[in-house]
Ligand binder design. Structure first.
Ligand SMILES: NC(=O)C1=CN([C@@H]2O[C@H](COP(=O)(O)OP(=O)(O)OC[C@H]3O[C@@H](n4cnc5c(N)ncnc54)[C@H](OP(=O)(O)O)[C@@H]3O)[C@@H](O)[C@H]2O)C=CC1
Ligand SMILES: O=C(O)[C@@H]1CCC=N1
Length: 264
């Protein structure tokens, strides 16, 4: 085994899905632990990876160890595994607020530490991950990490001070986008469109719009202007969104998410 996941829920399994699909690691090179036997069974059946109920087993069998449990379990898990860590290990945190310095301090030894902030679109190979690492992580180590994160989407290496912003703009934002899609579909349903069709219209429009921003390099405002015909329908919707504080609501939501990350 070369890579281990302590915790394999929504985020862990999304990452492993991409890793397996791109062949960065084979199933028998990935070991995961869960809290419950039910979780272990889910990981074996869904992903076909090696499972254990012993977190130290993960550490003993992998040089890259990803902590994919909820932030409130980080301390407990680290206290279980710190005795099994060696200088060859790379510890990877994916939780908001758990800084490089905090992770190294809790492990009680000089270690290679990486922080990632992935997101659930990793599950379909369209993830966005922010990454930073401490000084002990070499360029080769980081390249290895990037090969992993690039297997399930795009990655940007950022200074650690931006990790809370990354958490908000890409870690959390899929939830906000899903709410936007759901709301648009609800409106279409209200106008008589069947629910399934409404999700397709709303989702494909979000997907295409995102591809236009990434693919053309044009300013989102310019792309918006291209949709708004003079005295047309779209500009009426823009007026209504502005009147209801759409941009401000998004701004405040991301600020709240980022602030929360700083407190964790
Ligand atoms: N979900 C998201 O969109 C994102 C999440 N993250 C971060 O990823 C981390 C995981 O979140 P997420 O995947 O959503 O959480 P989930 O609740 O979906 O998964 C948590 C996993 O941890 C396991 N677990 C709990 N306690 C232990 C333990 N003591 N030892 C071993 N395994 C344990 C659970 O096992 P069992 O199934 O048996 O209970 C489960 O597999 C969090 O730190 C979160 O902040 C980061 C970016 C995005
Ligand atoms: O809600 C959370 O705290 C996690 C981190 C980013 C997305 N989900």
């Amino acid at each position: 085994m070369k890579i281990g996941f302590i915790g394999c829920g929504n985020m862990g399994s999304a990452m492993i899905g991409g890793i397996l699909k791109k062949g960065v690691f084979a199933k028998d090179e990935i070991i995961v632990s869960n809290l419950t036997e039910e979780g272990s069974k889910r990981s074996r059946e869904k992903l076909g990876v090696v499972t254990t109920m012993d977190n130290c087993e993960v550490v003993k069998n992998a040089n890259i160890v990803i902590l994919a449990v909820k932030p409130q379990f980080y301390e407990e898990v680290i206290s279980q595994i710190k005795g099994c860590l060696t200088p060859d290990h790379m510890i990877v945190g994916i939780a908001p607020g758990k800084t490089l310095a905090w992770l190294e301090e809790k492990c009680e030894q000089p270690l290679k530490v990486v922080r990632l902030m992935p997101n659930t679109p990793a599950q379909v190979g369209e993830g966005m991950t922010g990454a930073c690492a401490n000084d002990r992580v070499t360029k080769e180590d980081l390249d290895q990490i990037l090969a992993i994160t690039n297997s399930f989407g795009r990655t940007e290496v950022v200074p650690e001070r931006l990790m809370d912003a990354v958490g908000a703009v890409s870690g959390c934002s899929p939830a906000y986008v899903f709410m936007f899609i759901e709301a648009m579909a609800d409106a279409a349903v209200a106008q008589g469109m069947p629910r399934k069709q409404a999700y397709q219209f709303a989702s494909q429009s979000v997907l295409g719009s995102a591809k236009m921003v990434l693919g053309t390099g044009m300013h989102p405002g310019e792309l918006k202007d291209m949709v708004c015909s003079p005295a047309g329908t779209t500009i009426e919707g823009v007026r209504t969104l502005e009147k209801n504080g759409f941009r401000s609501a998004v701004f405040e939501a991301l600020q709240a998410a980022s602030d929360k990350g700083k407190q964790m």
